[in-house]
Design a protein around this ligand. Sequence first.
Ligand code: NBY
Length: 837
Amino acid sequence: SQPKDLRLPTPGCYADPIKAGIDADAVFDGMTEHLFFSLGKLATTASLRDLYMALSYAVRDRLMTRYLASQEAIRAKPQKTVAYLSAEFLIGPQLNNNLLNLGITKEAEEAVGRFGIESLSHILEVEEEPGLGNGGLGRLAACYMESLASLQVPAIGYGIRYEFGIFNQLIRDGWQVEVTDKWLKGGWPWELPQPDESCFVGFGGRTESYVDEKGKYRSRWIPSEHAIGVPHDIPILGYRVNNCDRLRLWRADATESFDFYAFNIGDYYGAVEEKVASETISKVLYPNDGTDEGRRLRLKQQHFFVSCSLQDMLRSLEKRGIEVEDFSEHWTVQLNDTHPAIAVAELMRLLIDHYHFEWEKAWHITTSSVAYTNHTLLPEALEKWDLDLFSSLLPRHLDLIYEINKRFLQQVRLRYPGNDLILRKLSIIDEDGCKAVRMAHLATIGAHHVNGVAALHSDLIKRQLMPEFAELWPEKFTNITNGVTPRRWVGLANPELSSLLDKEVGKDWITNMELLKKLEQKENDSGFLELFSKTKLSGKRKLAGYIHRQTGVLVDPSSLFDVQVKRIHQYKRQHLNALQVIAQYLRIKNGVDQDIAPRTVIFGGKAAPGYFMAKLMIRFINGIADVVNADPDMDGRLRVVFLPDYNVKLGEQVYSATDLSEQISTAGKEASGTGNMKFAMNGALTIGTLDGANIEIRDRVGSENFFLFGKTESEIVELRENQYDPKTYISNCKELSEALRLVEVGHFSNGDSELFLPLINSLTGSDPFFVMADFADYLRAQDEVNKVWKNPQKWNRMALLNTARSGFFSSDRSIKEYCKSIWKVKPLDVEISCDIN
Ligand code: NBY
């Protein structure tokens, strides 16, 4: 259709930013102006991308008043600010979220309509998402930033502006293929570079002693290399509030001196090489979400962003005329896992070497500011840095860590005289094998609180991971169960359910999820249950269309959508799910149980590029999908889909379209899980083990509304201690041995009996994740699922109760707990006044 009413922009219409209005006319004018002045395009010839950029700029303009007012508010009335340090922030698409939080989605829809665009969704689809995280940990950081802003808490997220985020995943011949993620290629409109606030960071070199002007012996670090951190700020607007917090991501640049050096000595290429080396620091996100690789560049990344961030916090105190001594009254520093744990040593270094504090004073400031969140118990994921590597990159920090350790162990000796074993267990330095710095120990010693991310996980930290620390400092250890933001994960991801909820319980549920409890009254109202299930069907129709476009597979939206989306890992047991699919396939083939519920089993997730077994699991799922989807006997009964390139954007489509959520990790292995919460909020039923937050989800939604199976954490421990043999479980379960047999003979690999051998050998050999032990009970629970599915009224009631009772899993609740028990921070009202310019 023809663009209507295209006006030429009025230059200078932002002279008073307060007047950047939010009605449709103003948004349209803003777009027109940006098309012309920022993008150099005429409205008549603008592409969808141009319109996406223009709308984004117009929306960004409308955040700026709030963004500046929020910074002004903290200056005017100083109070503690949260500094959330995380190597990953998986923020997802920004435009739609900002429209929702500003409350101008309709206005934007109308404005783009005037450019001849039929639906805002066409514009939203253009947005590239910054994949600056691997999975749950990075996404959690993003949900927490959104909740902090919505709860009006002053906060800055500090991280790295990776030029390449997590790889894009293609599937070729059933295998994962990784492609670099060039998220910045088309220009990304949501960041504001702030080169004036750049910081210097050193690496390598040596430390030396000197005598200062007062005759005091001091140490200093003479780095051999430097890089510059250039902050790139992303505004994080709260929901319908004026508070707009900041995500400050650091990009590494070379220092000017390289250019100068090259000019002087004529080694132009040499200098450029060094320049490239500095800029490599923020080049790429490490795609491992489970194993610690111990690479030099990764330690460099960590120190780089931590040092920039701490310098930035100290500088902000100086700028506001606040004493550095009062650091902990103005900043509370949260370490998102051990990736930023070097902060403990770096803050000590800055306070002692630069501000000349005495040790005790510096240590007091550090330990009253820093807190640490643990996200894993898996030994292979616990960060350890080889001493040689560490000392070559951060020699001064190593000195400080030795001193921290010496003083700490002295305390331990007092408490446990003569107990050398406990000293070895608690020491920051791992003396077994190759000597290394244990980052979890550094973080725990330097923090005032250590928290796990779900009740079971926090308990296991105390019982299994760090029992000696927990005995030493019982009050330090605490739990804060994870949460997810309802704005993105219900509001944006499920607009139809959202409007039904608006009508039924009032619009406030989105900031007060406990209001959803009111839905319990509707559990026997078949009219309402019908409406509720219609929202689900509509999500499933959209996803079915997407599946068809992406994979060519036709799926039936009325079938049971059974979904497992998450990183691919042996402990998450996608192979358990896959084997169950084979068992169902065999039942249908053999004519057993003819009225099995028609299902669409959907998988999605990335495997770490160097994790062979995980990649083989993807190949396995695709092998099964090929056979099942090509078999006419499966028509209308079973479909298997592997959705390529699972990310935040795709997640938004998936959660609203799911009937059954697969949360099937080996008990004790999944710290919390957060996808499990997104599914439950959107009215999916969970089939799951007693692991991570599943336990709390089941407690809240009611055990009768949850499909439980599998060994408990203590049963798993017992099996492991009693020479677990998967073979006994295989021989006791005919359906399992037949499924395995079919894989072995190459039924899912075109007759190739070698392809999946490593998988089969692992399962039948040591089966480290107890897949065989849980299989029979899993199949039983799946039968239960089939039974309930055949009673739609019952299913819908259970689904409704999941939504009604999932309020606890809002990240607003988690953040309130952090604010009260760990950070001791309060909300700050932000007023928009005309003083801001
Ligand atoms: O953190 C996840 C946990 O597995 C999950 O159970 C929990 O819900 C979530 C939020 O608390 N952990 C996670 O996502 N970890 C990583 O992504 C990660 C990334 C990098 C590295 C280690 C872990 N690394 O060592 O490079």
